[in-house]
Design a protein around this ligand. Sequence first.
Ligand code: CA
Length: 229
Amino acid sequence: MSEGRILLVEDEPGLVLTLTDLLAAEGYAVRHAGDVPSGAAAIAAGDYDLVLLDLMLPGGSGMDLLRDMRAAGNDRPVLVLTARASVPERVVGLKLGADDYLPKPFDSMELLARIEALLRRAAGSVAGAGGITRFGDIELDPDRSEVRRSGRALPLTVQEYRLLAFLAAHPGKTLSRERLLEEVWGYDADVASRTVDVHVSSLRQKLGDDPNRPRWIVTVRGFGYRFES
Ligand code: CA
């Protein structure tokens, strides 16, 4: 049995029933919102550990919910479910701070595996955990799973935090996209290596690193990335 509270933001009645049964049978507590306004209210209420988010919803787009949530500094894991699994949608979703992305129709075992992985990571088993790592005006604090810039906490997603923590735990070492996918996301199937690039780009922006001349997360062309402290 699993533990965790899942907020399901989805409007297809059949899928809501199926998912609620599936998740409840696994031991999750499930709350449901069927449109954008009730989704926004449920997200703001905060009594969940993970959001399963559909994109096409009555009253607007799940993308708006995701963007508002991240803008408000809410970094709880979000797994986006959508029929629109084209690459641009996926990239936009990851840029807005989705932690993972699953196209419909999906296999229920795959869904459960991804939920479990996100919850486990959110709980904080981060590679390289130890003392606080400092670089420039940035502090990475593994005890609080927090990154601060000039003392202020940055609104990183779970995957951004994990990626930075993993990179920072291997300073000066070039890491391939494949290795990063495996270590940070925990699986390599179905995740384009573009995912790593999208997260690095977002991390640089949040850290205030210049993408043209990055100080900390250096691109190794055709291979991957290297962290310079
Ligand atoms: Ca829908």
